[in-house]
Write a protein that binds this ligand. Structure first.
Ligand code: HXC
Ligand code: NAP
Length: 284
């Protein structure tokens, strides 16, 4: 589906690119010819991932230690990226922190740690990269990884929900304001995609089945499915898509939203009985 050189000449900067979905998207970008920067707090993890990705794809990967909560560090990381690759074409805001908890059990610090990584981290990078692109008069793209509950809200992950919702609003707002500079931006809202980071913090033991039952396609996502969507949204083929959030969740959130979707528990016999009841009611 994708030409081998689809992303040739593009430099893509992924926050949190050393693990999980960031790593999988990065690998796909490299396979399609991009240069890659992966930036997060743990340099040892990043260096290890960079070595693996270079040997798996033959591409160019620059690992940079970065805490997205610190604006100065973001500016420095951007500078290093430009020094190495000459320019940066795509910012992928993927770094996040999250855990499940009853909200009343959270301290204010627990709230801060999540919202600072997700919301402040995303506006720090977007602002620094945006100023750079505007000053250079360079066409560029931003892709933000949010969640399906950025739109619906969700209990037990409230700091993440409000922060992701803010990132979605950032996407929609700047898609309009910065289009005149040639900067476009979109978001992806993934459903469940197994990663160590998410699974260890979000899935209480024994509840994986419950997660899968909620998904009409009856399975979790495969990383390559998300990676291919990300490729499309950072490629020149999707330039007219701007301010959009693309959901990739096997239909999960809609299943929860549709009032009668729970009726898939009815057996054929129960459906026959229901039909009889309705037809009887129609006669009265
Ligand atoms: C209540 C908790 C807690 C818990 C931590 N805290 N865990 N409170 N319940 N389970 C509190 C701490 O007590 C502390 O508050 C405050 O949070 C911050 O603690 P720190 O020591 O600064 O951080 P730490 O607890 O070490 O780590 C938190 C973190 C870490 C930085 C967010 O988990 C992290 O590095 N995460 C990155 C990776 C990640 O989260 N990936 C998942 C993304 S998945 P006090 O007041 O006690 O000091 C995702 C999408 C999900 O986002 C959608 C799935 C379908
Ligand atoms: P992950 O592997 O834990 O990825 C999170 C990354 O964020 C890590 O690489 C981490 O690296 C980085 N990070 C955390 N705090 C940071 C900070 N302050 N500065 C810079 N980097 C930081 O989890 P994942 O599942 O792949 O999640 C990736 C993205 O997908 C997140 O935005 C998440 O919300 C989203 N998402 C995931 C799922 C899912 O099912 N997996 C579903 C919906 C949305 P360091 O520890 O090295 O900093």
């Amino acid at each position: 589906m994708f030409q081998k050189d689809l992303l040739k000449g593009k430099t893509i900067f992924i926050t949190g690119g050393g693990t999980g979905l960031g790593r999988s998207m990065g690998k796909r970008f490299l396979e399609l010819g991009a240069n890659l920067v992966i930036a997060s707090r743990k340099l040892d993890v990043l260096e290890n991932t960079a070595r693996e990705l270079i040997s798996e794809t033959g591409g160019d990967v620059l690992p940079i230690a970065l805490d997205v909560r610190n604006y100065k560090e973001v500016e420095n990381a951007l500078g290093r990226c430009v020094d190495t690759f000459g320019q940066v074409d795509v910012l992928l805001n993927n770094a996040a922190g999250n855990f499940v908890s009853p909200t009343e059990a959270l301290s204010h610090k627990a709230f801060d740690v999540i919202t600072d990584i997700v919301l402040k981290g995303s506006y720090n990078t977007t602002l620094a990269f945006g100023k750079h692109w505007i000053q250079k008069q360079q066409i560029a793209r931003v892709l933000n990884i949010v969640t399906t509950y950025a739109s619906t809200g969700s209990g037990f992950v409230v700091p993440s929900a409000i922060a992701k919702s803010g990132v979605q609003t950032l996407t929609r707002s700047l898609a309009v304001e910065w289009a005149k500079y040639g900067i476009t931006m979109n978001a992806i809202a993934p459903g469940p995609f197994p990663t160590e980071g998410a699974w260890n913090r979000l899935l209480p033991p024994g509840l994986e089945e419950k997660f899968i039952e909620r998904i009409p396609l009856n399975r979790v996502g495969d990383h390559i499915e998300l990676a291919n969507l990300a490729v499309f949204l950072v490629s020149d083929q999707s330039q007219y898509i701007n301010g959009e959030t693309v959901t990739i969740d096997g239909g999960e959130w809609l299943k929860g939203a549709g009032e009668f979707n729970f009726l898939d528990v009815l057996s054929p016999g129960e459906w026959k009985e229901m039909e009889r009841q309705v037809r009887q009611a129609n006669k009265n």
